[in-house]
Ligand binder design. Structure first.
Ligand code: FHN
Length: 582
C-alpha cells in the first residue's frame, strides 16, 4: 500500500509530542480539492532553479592533484577522502562574492518561479546555521554567514518560492549516516537512528522553522530509510503548512511529486505531479573542468517538452566556492529568459498536450469555460508553411503567433485530417515559435492510428512509437529515425494501429545491433520470442524475420516490443512490419 504524507502527519505529530509510539488519532485525509489548491502554484510555475552548493565547490572535482570522475558533489565519496581531510576544505570555503539577490534576480530573469537549494548534501555540511554540531557554514567556515537566510529574504523580496533540498539519510561526515550509501573511514560509522535523532531531525526542524515560509522540502536518496525512520521526520512537516515534498523520503512514502532525474519521461506520469531535475553540464556541484554545457536550444526545448507532458523543469546551477553561478549557466539562463519573456504564457499554468505526437513540435494547453487555448510549439517550421494539427475536431476560433503583438489572425482550414494553419514565411524563433490556437467546446482530439495499407501491410515506424522507460528514445541516424539508447531491459516500446483486415501476419523488423539481445513482440495474447541480428554496428541496419502472429479482430490493436531481462543487449530499431500471410 502506498502511504500519503498528509494523512499520516497529524497523528504522528500527536504521537511524537505525546511520547507515544502509536498514532493517537486518524487525521482527515487531504481531499483532492485541497491537494489541488496546495499544488496550484507549483503546477502553474513549471520552471524552477536547482542549486547544488557546498564545500565540494572548493575541490571542484580535483583531489590530490587528480581529477576525480563523476559528479562534483560526490568527490568525497568517489575520491574516498577521509573525513578529517575533507573537513579541511571548509576552511577554504569563503564565498565572499555570494549575493543572494543576484541569484534570485537571475532565476527570475530566466523565467523561473522557484528555487530549491541544497541545505545539506550527502557530505553532511549544513549550509545554514545549525545547533546540531559544528559542521556547518556558520561555525565551520571562515564565511560565517548564513547564506540560506539571505536567500530566503531575497526570495521573499522578489516573489519567488523557496525550497530546501535535504539529504536525510546519506551523510558522509556525521557519524551514523546511512551505511549502505558507502563508508570508507571509521569516523563515519555509527548508529543511523542516533544520527537521525541527533542530526537529521533537529536540522530539518531548523530549516522548517527559521527561514520563513518554505514552499518545498526536497528529500534526497532514501538509502536505508525504513518506514519507522521516515516517521521520525514526517511529523516536522506540519511546521510549514502547505509544504510540497517529493518522493525521495523513503519508507514507502510517495510525497507529492515524482522526480525523474536527468531525463524526460516519454509520457510523463499521468495522474501524478512530476518534476524533471537536470544539470546544465554533467555535474550538479561545481567542477572546474566540466565544460559540457547543454545549448540554449536543448534547454528551451526540454522545458517545452516537459510542460507538454504536464511536468516541471528544475534546472540546476552549481555555484563556485566564491559564491558565483558559472558564467556559462548565467548566459544560458538569460537566453532562456528572453524566450520566456515572449512565450511564458505558453508554459506557465498550462497542462499536458492532448496530442500523442506532433511531427513538428509540442503542444501545451489551457482549458477554460467553453473552450481551450492550444499553444502549438513549433520546433520545425513546415517548409510549405502549412501547420497540420492532426485529429483536432474542435471548431477553431482564431490562430496567431504568440510573438506577434498585433495578434494578426492566421488562416485556418478544417478537413477530415484535422486543422491546417497557414503560417507566415518568416520563422519567428528558430528554437521554438508558438502559435496560439483558440478552439471552442470540449477538446476533441482523435489521435490518428497507423492504418493497414492497400496490401494489408502494417508498418510501424520508430517515429510513431510510444517509449516507456528512462532511456529508450528516438534518435536520427543517416536521415532516418530509429529507437535507440535502449540500455535498460526495463524499457519498452509500443505502437497502436488500426486493423481493417485481420488474419495472420509475418513480422519483420529493421534492426542494428552488436550483440543478439533477446526480446518479445506481442499483440494481445500472441507472442513472438525473438533475438536481434548481430549486424556488427549500431548504425548498420538489417531487415530480419521475427516470426508469425495472428490478429483475429478488426479495430484498434497494439504491439509491444519488450526486452527479455536475462538476455538483453541494446539494439536500435527502425521499424516493424506486419505482412499478411499469403
Ligand atoms: O546523489 C544525488 C546527487 O548528488 C544529486 O543531488 C541528485 C539531484 O537529484 N540527487 C542524488 C542522486 O539521485
Amino acid at each position: 500500500m502506498k502511504l500519503t504524507v498528509k494523512a499520516l502527519v497529524a497523528p504522528l505529530l500527536v504521537a511524537l509530542f505525546c511520547g507515544s509510539s502509536l498514532p493517537a488519532a486518524e487525521a482527515a485525509p487531504e481531499t483532492p480539492a485541497q491537494r489541488d489548491a496546495r499544488m496550484k502554484w507549483w503546477r502553474d510555475a513549471r520552471f524552477g532553479m536547482f542549486i547544488h552548493w557546498g564545500v565540494y565547490s572548493v575541490p571542484a572535482g580535483t583531489y590530490n592533484g587528480k581529477q576525480i570522475g563523476g559528479i562534483g558533489e560526490w568527490i568525497m565519496h568517489h575520491g574516498k577522502i577521509p573525513v578529517a581531510e575533507y573537513r579541511k576544505y571548509a576552511q577554504q570555503f569563503n564565498p565572499v562574492k555570494y549575493d543572494a539577490d543576484e541569484w534570485v534576480r537571475l532565476a527570475k530573469e530566466a523565467g523561473m518561479k522557484y528555487i530549491v537549494i541544497t541545505s545539506k548534501h550527502h557530505d553532511g555540511f549544513a549550509m545554514f546555521d545549525s545547533k546540531a554540531g559544528d559542521w556547518n557554514i556558520v561555525k565551520g567556515s571562515p564565511f560565517g554567514r548564513d547564506p540560506l537566510k539571505e536567500l530566503a529574504a531575497s526570495c521573499q523580496k522578489h516573489g519567488l518560492k523557496l525550497g530546501f533540498y535535504y539529504s536525510q539519510a546519506q551523510d558522509w561526515n556525521n557519524k551514523g549516516g546511512a551505511a549502505s550509501g558507502g563508508h570508507w573511514d571509521k569516523a563515519q560509522d555509527g548508529n543511523m537512528d542516533e544520527y537521525l535523532d541527533k542530526v537529521a531531525v533537529p536540522q530539518v526542524r531548523e530549516i522548517l522553522s527559521n527561514y520563513g515560509p518554505l514552499a518545498i522540502l526536497w528529500w534526497d536518496t532514501p538509502v536505508d530509510m525504513t518506514k519507522q525512520r521516515a516517521e521520525k521526520l514526517l511529523p516536522l512537516l506540519v511546521l510549514q503548512p502547505g509544504i510540497i515534498t517529493n518522493n525521495r523520503l523513503g519508507g514507502g512514502y510517495d510525497g507529492d511529486s515524482e522526480t525523474p532525474e536527468q531525463y524526460i519521461p516519454p509520457t510523463g506520469f499521468p495522474g501524478r505531479d512530476w518534476e524533471t531535475c537536470m544539470t546544465m553540464n554533467d555535474t550538479w556541484g561545481f567542477k572546474s573542468y566540466d565544460h559540457n554545457w547543454k545549448n540554449v536550444e536543448t534547454l528551451i526545448r526540454n522545458l517545452v517538452d516537459i510542460a507538454s507532458k504536464g511536468g516541471n523543469y528544475l534546472l540546476n546551477v552549481g555555484p563556485t566556492s566564491e559564491g558565483l553561478i558559472p558564467q556559462p549557466s548565467v548566459e544560458r539562463l538569460k537566453e532562456v529568459g528572453k524566450w520566456m519573456k515572449i512565450n511564458g504564457e505558453a508554459i506557465y499554468g498550462t497542462t499536458a498536450s492532448p496530442f500523442k505526437k506532433l511531427a513538428w513540435g509540442r503542444c501545451t494547453k489551457k482549458v477554460h469555460e467553453g473552450g481551450a487555448t492550444l499553444y502549438l510549439h513549433v520546433f520545425d517550421w513546415p517548409k510549405d508553411g502549412m501547420l497540420v494539427v492532426p485529429g483536432l475536431k474542435n471548431q477553431a476560433q482564431t490562430a496567431y503567433l504568440l510573438s506577434d503583438p498585433n495578434k494578426k489572425t492566421l488562416p485556418i482550414q478544417a478537413d477530415e485530417a484535422g486543422l491546417t494553419i497557414a503560417l507566415p514565411p518568416t520563422v519567428p524563433d528558430k528554437i521554438c515559435s508558438v502559435v496560439v490556437l483558440e478552439v471552442s467546446g470540449d477538446l476533441n482530439v482523435e489521435n490518428p492510428l497507423v492504418a493497414q495499407d492497400a496490401d494489408g501491410n502494417i508498418t510501424l515506424h520508430a517515429a510513431d512509437a510510444s517509449c516507456y522507460g528512462r532511456e529508450v528514445k528516438t534518435e536520427e541516424r543517416g536521415g532516418k529515425t530509429n529507437l535507440g539508447f535502449w540500455t535498460r531491459p526495463k524499457d519498452w516500446v509500443g505502437w497502436e494501429f488500426k486493423v481493417t483486415r485481420p488474419g495472420s501476419f509475418v513480422v519483420t523488423a529493421e534492426i542494428a545491433a552488436v550483440e543478439g539481445g533477446k526480446f518479445e513482440v506481442s499483440v494481445g495474447a500472441e507472442k513472438i520470442a525473438a533475438a536481434a541480428p548481430k549486424t556488427g554496428d549500431y548504425g548498420k541496419f538489417e531487415t530480419v524475420t521475427l516470426g508469425e502472429l495472428a490478429i483475429a479482430a478488426e479495430g484498434p490493436a497494439s504491439l509491444t516490443v519488450k526486452p527479455v531481462a536475462a538476455g538483453w543487449h541494446p539494439m536500435n530499431l527502425r521499424s516493424i512490419v506486419l505482412k499478411p500471410v499469403k
